[in-house]
Design a binder for this molecule. Structure first.
Ligand code: SF4
Length: 299
């Protein structure tokens, strides 16, 4: 059995590991299978680890609801089904409300209104976003389909979440589109660009898609400053090679973190963040000795 068995690669997991290895192991190793209806949900320690590790700022929960709303919109367009703004906004509100209520047990009505306003601005504007605005018109895009980002790519025992949100063909060119409800700037950072390069690794494994790298263009569509901004780059062998090197490095680091915790997953053996900001947003801060130490030493 590969030492990578059970390891999941995704940009968000790598970010968690880089921010705090102890948090990564607490959530994704101790809490593995503890999600609602998960195979280990009946073990209270596992379920607690999963629940605390899943705790997110409310703005993240809003953005997750926006991503789900965009997926609904794309599927409705693809199936030629009606999509009403009123129903979409109500669904957005319900998703944000439910996710905060599940996490915190209650919702502040004023904060909810504000989150829905921010989310709805993003969701409503997706109609006019680059590339998306072409889909329903049948101009320049010959065929397209939304995809499930959680469709994993298997690699040496690990699962890589590298699928795009949308696949579109224009003549001989295939467009692989990743949609992000919040970005820092139009141009991805170099690590983000290499993560995006893995969309091609996913595409090259799909039956029916071409095998020539240059026939693909990767797009990132991201929200920043009240509008959707687009970045794109044609694929190349070099880009894919560099992306695979990054993922190999990430998989090694994810595996090392589990190994460092030892056979009994002793969290105390793992390094912690040195940033109070990370601890303040972490669900484990009430029970973590690392947080106790860091938050007690307020300079
Ligand atoms: S509370 Fe702080 S040190 Fe502890 S797991 Fe969370 S981020 Fe890491």
């Amino acid at each position: 059995m590969s030492r990578r068995n059970g390891i999941v690669w995704s940009p968000s997991r790598v970010k968690t590991l880089n921010e705090c290895p102890r948090r990564y192991v607490h959530h994704h190793v101790v809490g593995r299978g503890g999600w609602p209806e998960g195979p280990r949900q009946d073990d209270p320690e596992v379920a607690l680890a999963w629940r605390l590790g899943s705790r997110r700022p409310h703005s993240d929960l809003m953005m997750r609801a926006v991503s789900e709303g965009i997926r609904d919109r794309l599927w409705a367009g693809h199936q030629d089904e009606a999509w009403s703004e009123g129903a979409a906004e109500a669904m957005l509100r319900s998703r944000i409300d439910e996710s905060i209520r599940t996490q915190d047990g209650c919702v502040d009505a004023l904060e909810l209104d504000s989150l829905v306003e921010d989310g709805w601005e993003r969701l409503r504007a997706i109609e006019r976003a680059p590339l998306i605005s072409l889909l329903d018109k049948g101009e320049r895009i010959d065929e397209w389909m939304p995809l499930d980002r959680l469709d994993p790519l298997r690699h040496d025992g690990a699962r890589l979440y590298a699928a795009p949100d949308l696949l579109a063909r224009s003549g001989n060119t295939w467009h692989l589109v990743r949609i992000s409800a919040q970005i820092g700037r139009r141009q991805p950072t170099e690590p983000q660009r290499l993560e995006l390069g893995m969309l091609l690794a996913w595409a090259l494994k799909q039956p029916g898609l071409p095998r020539e790298h240059v026939r693909f263009v990767i797009h990132r569509l991201g929200w920043r400053g009240h509008r959707w901004l687009s970045w794109r780059q044609r694929c190349s062998e070099t880009w894919l090679r560099e992306s695979r090197t990054l993922v190999e490095h990430d998989l090694h680091a994810l595996s090392q973190a589990r190994w460092k915790a030892g056979p009994f997953t002793e969290l105390e053996l793992l390094p912690t963040t040195d940033q109070r900001r990370i601890c303040r947003g972490c669900g484990y801060r009430e029970i973590c000795s690392g947080a106790a130490h860091l938050l007690a030493n307020r300079a």
